[in-house]
Design a protein around this ligand. Structure first.
Ligand code: CMP
Length: 143
């Protein structure tokens, strides 16, 4: 509903690179439509192989992306995950686990596509980050 967005969340979204091209009004719409979810340390946020229904933006804490017993990325405030399964409507490609107490803003697939289709710069920014992750060397440490 217009006007119900939490001002601190709208301000925080202003500092997120993915949403830097959006107007305050568009950020308010995202803050309004997304749901905030909190996770205890060690909680599973996304499970490898599950159907993907949400896109996650880390607001606080850290989320570890894990694949084949390896931690392949650690995502902090302003970083996102869960976009891949929404893009191709295929199962989740990795586990994502809260490293400590973690808070995320969760957008439904419908809200995610809405944000991307309204603003091509958001799509470009998301693709840039996906390509950066693709280029990153695979960690060799097993945890
Ligand atoms: P999805 O496949 O929907 O769910 C698991 C998520 O982990 C995935 O989307 C990405 O957001 C994230 N992910 C998968 N592989 C990597 C990677 N190599 N680096 C960072 N994040 C990743």
């Amino acid at each position: 509903m217009a006007g119900s967005a939490r001002p601190d969340l709208v301000t925080m979204l202003g500092s997120v690179p993915l949403f830097s091209s959006l107007t305050t009004r568009q950020r308010k719409a995202i803050a309004d439509s997304g749901k905030e979810r909190s996770y205890a340390a060690g909680a599973s946020i996304v499970k490898l192989g599950d159907k993907g229904v949400g896109f996650y933006l880390v607001l606080e804490g850290k989320a570890a992306v894990r694949k084949e017993n390896r931690s392949i990325a650690s995502l902090g405030p302003g970083q996102f995950f869960g976009e891949m399964a929404l893009f191709d409507e295929q199962p989740r490609t990795a586990d994502v686990v809260a490293e400590g107490p973690t808070r995320c803003l969760v957008l439904s697939s419908w809200e995610f596509w809405g944000a991307l289709s309204k603003e091509p710069e958001v799509l470009r920014s998301l693709m840039q980050e996906m390509v950066r992750r693709l280029r990153a060397p695979v960690p060799t440490l097993t945890e």
